[in-house]
Write a new protein. Sequence first.
Length: 309
Amino acid sequence: MKVIHSPSEIIPGPGGVCLAMGVFDGLHFGHQRVIGQACEDAKKIGAVSVVVTFDRHPNTVIAPQHAPPFIYPPSKKLAVIADLGVDTTCVIHFDALFSQMPGEQFVRALTRPDNIVRSISVGESFKFGHQRSGDVALLEKLGQELAYALHALPDVCLDGQAVSSTRIREAVRLGQLELAGQLLGRVYTLCGTVVAGAQVGRQLGFPTANLNATGALVPPAGVYAANALVQGKTYRAAVNIGHRPTVYASQEGLGVEAHLLDFDGNIYGQEIELTFLAKLRDEARFSSLAALQQQIKRDVAAARRTPDP
């Protein structure tokens, strides 16, 4: 899959371009349906399928106080889009200047004067452009002028409720990771880059990979058995999510640290993807580092015994 950052970089196929537009945070079943429609249209007419999305959630710029935690970092988001069979993804940098662009101007920039766009697929409630001036009604109106077909696809439902990124975030926040996976259409994972920590785990005999999960959607505090994907290989891991009260007694955000079983190597700066298998226990404060060390031994043994799904 080709990744570009401006509509001007879109190279059409013989049949033009079929677009799917959206924030696509999480790429759940509803998002997959929208993207799948663009891919289906493209195959029928020999066009190039193009996903148009953004490098961050618009609220991080428009209303930072309401910006939701991201379900996937950009690297994972692109990997999932590629798995859906998309030819090109246009990742637009969303900043204050871009947020001022009216919806109509945005659509015209995508279609260009040569009218290369043959179809546009969106969710039926998709809004875009300055002050949400772009919607399905605008796309329908411009479609008549610019000669593209519009697919405004309804929500996908699970258990009588719409599948949405908001619903996924709520499921993860409550520790309902199986439900989150059902909504996503794939197992829920947490991705993060390994950063330097305080080396306390190493002093206790259990070195951990500390993940930079700033801004990410993170499960509730606790100790988990997980599978960790790093450098293309999977390792069983005991993962602690929380405030590390025995060591730091801090309430500033949730830390994520993973002890990879049967692994020895330097992975600073590498991305780890964690797939959670089971919650082993709640986070607890111990009377001493020695007591914590003994509990970690039990956690590691329990993580090793936990079966794969």
